[in-house]
Design a protein around this ligand. Sequence first.
Ligand code: SF4
Length: 389
Amino acid sequence: MPKQIKLNPLSIYIHIPFCVSKCAYCDFISHRVGDFEINGGVEAYFNSLKTEISLYSGLLEKSKVRSIYIGGGTPSSVDGKFIHNLIMQLKSLANFSDEIEITLEVNPGTLTEEKLNHYIASGINRISMGLQTTNDQLLHKIGRIHSTNDFMTSYEAIKRAGIENLSLDLMFGLPGQTIKDIENAIHLVGILKPKHVSAYSLKIEEGTPLSESYQKGSITLPDEQLERDMYHLLINGLAEKGIMQYELSNFSSASFESKHNLVYWENEAYLGLGVSAHSKLNNERFSNTSRIYDYSKLLSEGKLPIVEKEFIDTSEDLFESIMLGLRLNKGVSINKLNQKYNIDFNVKYANALENLLKQGLVILTEDILKLTIKGMDLSNQVFLQFMED
Ligand code: SF4
């Protein structure tokens, strides 16, 4: 009998840096797809991705791929055949796990039946779509190109195509947003019953049009208390619809947690492909250039487009395991940390634990440390304690 070779589990993120237009709050690496389509720039980008994948063929052959996440940008803004070819190339090189999760980020108003057929044919079995809010005026204010109706049309089309594992993104803390807006969003979730919801608080990023409006005083944001009220309403309101919080910003029905994102929170290995993508492999973290021109040039010379690389030492890795693990509602297992890092957690972090318990920010049972609701609101404060100790 042939000897079974144990393959390392691997998760892959692929960045597609194109969107129909730029949202007012966005500082992700994304460009207007129309500007690139006219001179074949989109196709050239996918050819570069193909080269990058082939440069990792040695790693891919030795790995069992458990998740692929195609994000951006708006991956659904490009021709579906590019996405299909990408997955087919990976499939020809790597071993895909039988339970592989392949997620594609899409935005309302960019889907067609032809694209959906390409996605199904390539094995995409999870779609994450941005709703953000059901208030169309708010959508317009933050520069989204779609309306709630557009979202509904795309949502129905995805379901008709047979993809059941749907996630939708919501935002809170938007300028002028009210509690009623959050209630309306929760109500729609109750009707649509997606398997997963991500909810993010708006962050004003420097250099974005929204940041300029904020500095000029032409928009006002909900105050801190209202923003927290919105967050708590989401946690409780989604739970009433059977969509339970499992991570600070993520909620799902039973067994539909994002396999891909769990890899990040459990501090495991992932490979990032595409412009600006980050990777963590073998105690190293590295990132690709964020300039499309440099990305393509380096690859045309047969070089990986990596511009930053850093070694992660044991103490940094331990800190990351605690910080990322505490984001999860199930918390971190102290026994697992003790074994993995050869420490006595309760002794090493005695001061931090005493402070955090006194302030009611964490709960500690025999083996599990997790955040309280108050700890979730002040999570950065909690994480810092483990850095300083
Ligand atoms: S769709 Fe997403 S990635 Fe594209 S501009 Fe808007 S927020 Fe940024």
